[in-house]
Every structure is written in structure tokens, then in C-alpha cells.
Design a protein around this ligand. Structure first.
Ligand code: ADP
Ligand code: MG
Length: 246
């Protein structure tokens, strides 16, 4: 079942200094349960693409169809410093009037899993960047969206944590049959998490290449799977694609 369709989407920003063509003729579909990564040079319009999907901004041309609710985790965590961790996380559920016992319990489970349960009465400024990022992620997951948009969600995490958190998120998303678009700088993360990788060109950005990751990497051992031959082959191809766009 199709969860998302993008048809011939283009975006031009008009500013005082002129017109900036950012996205050009972007077309792709996403089926239920698919996990795709978008990689591309900095400034190529990846965040703009997510903003268009979530209807925060209008495309200049083209059409978008999304089936189901969207959960969007921005590049910056957007936590409110005057609210405790728990109150930040409950915000989405409050706005949607879905703060019931079931959702509260589920959220507490996630907090335990991510090692944050002891910090629910802290304030965001008391926590590390990595912790803030995990809180923002849990806030996004708490409202139970069908389609998740994650914009460089793990960039504040150290390497070790990043591997285990991305692996966990991947398992959650697979178990719960969510559909995910993740923007990432990290080619390894894209290969290990996703069914499909879209490589964007530099601005004005088009889809340069799409890879289907057919190989099912061992998720119980993310380190080992990252050193397999299949993994390295994807890595080299995508690395070259991106290198051409520098
Ligand atoms: P990426 O996420 O791939 O790094 P962005 O989508 O953030 O790229 O930005 C793409 C380009 O569009 C950048 O040059 C950025 O400065 C510009 N841009 C983004 N948002 C706006 C806006 N609201 N108005 C004008 N220019 C913008
Ligand atoms: Mg961005």
C-alpha cells in the first residue's frame, strides 16, 4: 500500500537577493513499512524536502500525497527549556488529546529502553546533546505516527551510541510497521537501516540515484554486518556518487 507519493516536485525560494532553485522534479513513492534514507550534499534541499512532505512549506510545482499521520523530528531538537523532559515528551500527546494511560505506559517503556527514565524531571538544558536528541525522538514516537520523518536524528550522538540507537530505531520501526524517511550524512547508517537510498545531487537538486538495499543485514550484530562484503560494495558506490557532487 502506498503511504507517500511525490510527483514532479520542485521548489524555488524567492528572497531579496533573488530566486534560489533548490529542488527540481523530484518523484518517488514509498510503500507501507518501507524505510528510506536521503543522502546528499549539504544545502541540497534535504530538509526542504521533509518540510514539503510535512506540509510546513508548499512546493513551487508538483504534488504530494501522504496517507496517515506524520511524525517529524527536526534537525534541531526544539525542546522547551522551561518544561521538564516528561512535559516536553507529553506535549505532542496533549496537543492531540491522546494523553491516556496506554500512551503514557508506552512512552515510559521507551524512556526506560533509552536510559532516560531517571531524567524525566530534569530540564533539557541540564542534559547532553545526545540525551536531548533521544528525548526528541521519543516525543516523536509517543504520538504513534504512521509516517516518520527524521532529519539527521543521530548527529549529536557519539559513534557507539549512534550505532546502537539507530539499530534500535530500525527494529522499532520494523516491528511497528511504520514508514520512515531518514535524512542522514552517514552512509553506513543509511545502508544498515534502510530498504532504499535516494542520493541527491547538488543544488538545484535532483534524484541522482536510487539504490535498493536487497541484502538483509544482521541487526543483532550491527558492527559485524558493517564489515561484510555486501555492505562495503554499497558503501563505495554511494561514496563515489556523493564525491562527484562536491
Ligand atoms: P539540506 O538540508 O540539504 O542541507 P536545506 O533544505 O536546509 O538543505 O536548504 C537548501 C537550500 O535552501 C539552502 O541553500 C538554504 O539556505 C535554502 N533555504 C532553506 N530554507 C529557506 C527559506 N525558507 N528561504 C530561503 N532559502 C531557504
Ligand atoms: Mg538539513
Amino acid at each position: 500500500m502506498k503511504k507517500l507519493e511525490m510527483k514532479n516536485v520542485s521548489k524555488t525560494f524567492y528572497t531579496e537577493i533573488g530566486a534560489l532553485d533548490v529542488l527540481e522534479d523530484i518523484t518517488f513513492n514509498l510503500n507501507e513499512g518501507e524505510i528510506i534514507a536521503i543522502v546528499g550534499p549539504s544545502g541540497s534541499g534535504k530538509s526542504t524536502l521533509l518540510n514539503i512532505i510535512s506540509k510546513l512549506i508548499e512546493p513551487t510545482e508538483g504534488e504530494i500525497y501522504v496517507d496517515g499521520e506524520i511524525g517529524y523530528m527536526f534537525q534541531r531538537d526544539h525542546l522547551f527549556n522551561w518544561r521538564t523532559v516528561w512535559k516536553n515528551i507529553m506535549l505532542g500527546l496533549e496537543i492531540k488529546k491522546e494523553k491516556n494511560q496506554e500512551n503514557i505506559d508506552k512512552t515510559k517503556e521507551l524512556l526506560t529502553k533509552y536510559g532516560l527514565i531517571d531524567f524525566i524531571n530534569s530540564y533539557p538544558q541540564e542534559l547532553s546533546g545526545g540525551m536531548r536528541q533521544r528525548i526528541a525522538l521519543i516525543r516523536t514516537l509517543a504520538t504513534n505516527p504512521q509516517v516518520l520523518l527524521l532529519d539527521e536524528p543521530f548527529s549529536a550522538l557519539d559513534y557507539q551510541t549512534r550505532i546502537s540507537v539507530s539499530n534500535d530505531v530500525c527494529n522499532i520501526i520494523k516491528n511497528e510497521k511504520k514508514t520512515l524517511i531518514i535524512v542522514t550524512h552517514d552512509i553506513s547508517e543509511a545502508i544498515s537501516m534502510c530498504n532504499k537510498i535516494i542520493v541527491m545531487s547538488k543544488r538545484p537538486s535532483t534524484i541522482k540515484k536510487t539504490y535498493n538495499i536487497d541484502y538483509d543485514f544482521d541487526r543483532t550484530n550491527p558492527i559485524k554486518s558493517r564489515s561484510s562484503k555486501e555492505f562495503m560494495e554499497y558503501y563505495e558506490k554511494i561514496w563515489e556518487d556523493l564525491n562527484d557532487e562536491k
